[in-house]
Design a protein around this ligand. Structure first.
Ligand SMILES: NC(=O)c1ccc[n+]([C@@H]2O[C@H](COP(=O)([O-])OP(=O)(O)OC[C@H]3O[C@@H](n4cnc5c(N)ncnc54)[C@H](O)[C@@H]3O)[C@@H](O)[C@H]2O)c1
Length: 256
């Protein structure tokens, strides 16, 4: 199967690292132009420069997804630079790693910031991208990065768990209500990867990896490069009948 994104333009949030950066590289290698929307500036600019040096077409748009004005501006800049918008990959996310606290002990600031980025930020990104796609009138594809955390109640990180679960509802809503515009929307649910958002703040990164090796049927955490192909497939016409789906990639973690 040959996936071609020739002539397509993608906006990718969280494009400065991890799944967002790996997907940006793959979309570019498949012929698409990519706008990397995210923070911090140094990371987003570095990935855009790398893609351009490899012969692709990329821009860095410094964007905090929790700020509606900045997200709207990132869509405007993308269209100004590349002429259109066909694909949105909403990958920006944070994890505040307060796994030592139960809900009754949780600071409301932790809850609010996690939801501002992981839930409201994805809604804002979809909202502004959809406005452009509907106006363009040529369809589109959205991929929302949720998490297997959304499928169970086991995660200790309640603000992350609830935000990622809300994204599955947003995914279903967009799939149903925007099908009439030829716009598809799908959610990808990665399992635990080698590095998590805000990895350096993890309370026990080494212990987490050891537990994963023992628990996950494939015996290891995944990598962003193992998530990016599914995201790129869903962005492409090869996935023309896929909408509203929830695609788990987790080394078998959720089936045991
Ligand atoms: N790594 C994992 O184990 C894992 C598992 C399941 C789901 N996910 C999800 O995958 C997505 C990508 O995570 P990743 O693993 O690539 O980690 P990552 O930390 O490399 O990627 C997240 C990106 O979002 C950016 N970001 C953070 N706050 C932002 C904001 N306010 N505005 C714009 N950008 C912001 C970060 O700077 C970073 O570049 C996240 O939504 C995450 O929740 C990750």
């Amino acid at each position: 199967m040959n996936i071609s994104l020739e002539g397509r333009v993608a906006l990718i949030t969280g494009g400065g690292s991890g799944i967002g950066a790996a997907t940006a590289r793959l979309i570019s290698q498949s012929g698409g132009a990519v706008a990397l929307a995210g923070i911090p500036e140094t990371e987003v600019v570095a990935v855009a420069e790398e893609i351009n040096s490899a012969g692709g077409r990329a821009i860095a748009v410094i964007t905090d997804v929790s700020d509606s004005g900045q997200v709207k501006e990132s869509v405007r800049t993308t269209v100004e630079e590349f002429g259109r918008l066909d694909i949105l990959v909403a990958s920006a996310g944070i994890q505040m790693h307060r796994e030592d606290l139960e809900l009754h002990q949780l600071s409301e600031d932790t809850w609010d910031r996690t939801h501002d980025v992981n839930y409201r930020g994805v809604m804002l990104t979809c909202k502004h991208a959809l406005a452009q796609m509907v106006e363009q009138g040529s369809g589109g594809s959205i991929v929302i990065i949720s998490s297997i955390t959304a499928l169970t109640g086991t995660s200790a990180n309640v603000s992350y768990l609830s935000g990622k679960t809300g994204l599955l509802g947003l995914n279903r809503y967009i799939a149903v209500h925007y099908a009439k515009y030829g716009i598809r929307c799908n959610a990808v649910l990665p399992g635990a990867l080698e590095r998590t958002p805000n990895h350096d703040l993890h309370l026990d990164a080494a212990g987490r990896e050891e537990k994963l090796r023992a628990r996950v049927p494939l015996g290891r955490p995944g990598t962003p490069e193992e998530i990016a192909p599914m995201v790129t497939f869903l962005c492409s016409d090869a996935a023309s009948y896929a909408t509203g789906g929830q695609f788990v990639i987790d080394g078998g973690n959720t089936i045991i």
